[in-house]
Ligand binder design. Sequence first.
Ligand code: ATP
Length: 478
Amino acid sequence: MKRAFEKIPNSWYEQIINLLAERVVVVDRNGIIIYINEGYCEFIGTTVEEAVNRPVQDVIENSRMHIVAKTGQTELAALQSINGSEMIANRFPLFENGEIVGALGSVMFRNPEEWQMYKTKIQNLVEELNYYQARAQRDLQSKYNFNDLIGDSPAFLSVKKLAQRISGSNSSVLLIGESGTGKELFAHAIHHNSMRASGPFVAINCSSIPEHLLESELFGYEDGAFTGAKKGGKKGQFEMANKGTLFLDEIGDMPLSMQSKLLRVLQEKEIYRVGGQKSISVDVRIIAATHRDLEKMVKKGDFRQDLYYRLNVIKIEIPPLRQRGEDIILISNWLLKKLGTKFYRNSIELSPEVAVRLTQHSWPGNIRELENVLERSINVLDGKVIKLPHLPLYLRDQEADITEEAKINVHDEHQPANIHELSPSLSVQPLKEAVVAAEKQAMQRALAVAKGNKLKAAKLLGISKTSFYDKCKLYSIK
Ligand SMILES: Nc1ncnc2c1ncn2[C@@H]1O[C@H](COP(=O)(O)OP(=O)(O)OP(=O)(O)O)[C@@H](O)[C@H]1O
């Protein structure tokens, strides 16, 4: 190495240094400048003569060369503000016989244009990074609040009220309800209404993650915890949800081995990453949800009883749509508005027959099914009104069933009385039709008692004004 330098004439040194970096400065162990090149001097508005032999911090703004000459710690690609611009500087300690004798500093860019080009590139990258960071942050926030929970049936309102009331508490919440009843929506709204609203909302579906990945997904892992593990390790959902809410959807599908680990975390309020030795404290509120009968699972030994008690501090049971038939039209209208915006199809309405059909269906898939039906109908629709042929076949088939039975009924009415006696079932109306007829009758009676005052009639029936108006429309009651 030494021999290689010997061949370089002394007069070349400065040229080589200047070509290696536009701005170079060398200080002794006390931070006094012993060399600075002209490029650097020009940039900071001084001359070599003025700068040499002076403390570096007096000559170069925000310099840390005197510090590097003391600590011996290299500083690479450090941001340094000079003349209002961010420079990128490298600072190296210089050693002789193992002792620090000074430091060498260089600014990485040769001219303002080059700097500008890099600066623009870096700025773009920083902006991109900020954008993705903000987006990732947004993804960890609740997207819905209680206003997004539509329904004004007494059954739904009492559940919504309970959820609102317990939002502020820190206790665990267990949401029980059939698929598509809005459990996730409730979890978002509870978080949004809680003291943790400014913290993250992290949702994880326990049934969609393979069992062997669930632990690392929940608790994270350390560097090298297993083959394929990301370098530097990874935070788990518990850590991501720190100071916020962790929504554990489909908790009933969590394997028993994981249930024990989850219970430990809920008790200790600390986690261990997979392959990690040190505990990490976490402050997380748990909202769990399931469509399964957890009590039955506990009895069968499929769900840990102690975990069930831990999660079941506040239990909220969301009623299925068929138990709140009066919400169907209200939710449908709200969904039509939402879907209208999504598909640029505004003012879409339900025909009265479709409205009746929707209230007759039992909605095993609940609001998700209703949303799918309406989305499909909008897609096959030309005008503004959804009519029976726009509904999916399985809903139209109900029409055939009902009409068949209606035919039997009509036919029946003309039969002699003894035939009724022989086959009483033929004169029986389908329950759904009977309910619809009874509802219509009750409304007409209430209107008559209230002398046509709809608000009064709604009060007499114990339903909201909106619900009453929707039903009037549905049954063509003027
Ligand atoms: N009360 C409601 N008002 C308006 N939309 C609702 C309501 N409840 C549910 N939805 C809508 O229904 C769909 C299903 O809701 P969500 O995913 O919250 O149900 P879920 O009970 O968590 O279902 P799953 O158990 O299948 O995960 C979503 O599109 C949601 O926006």
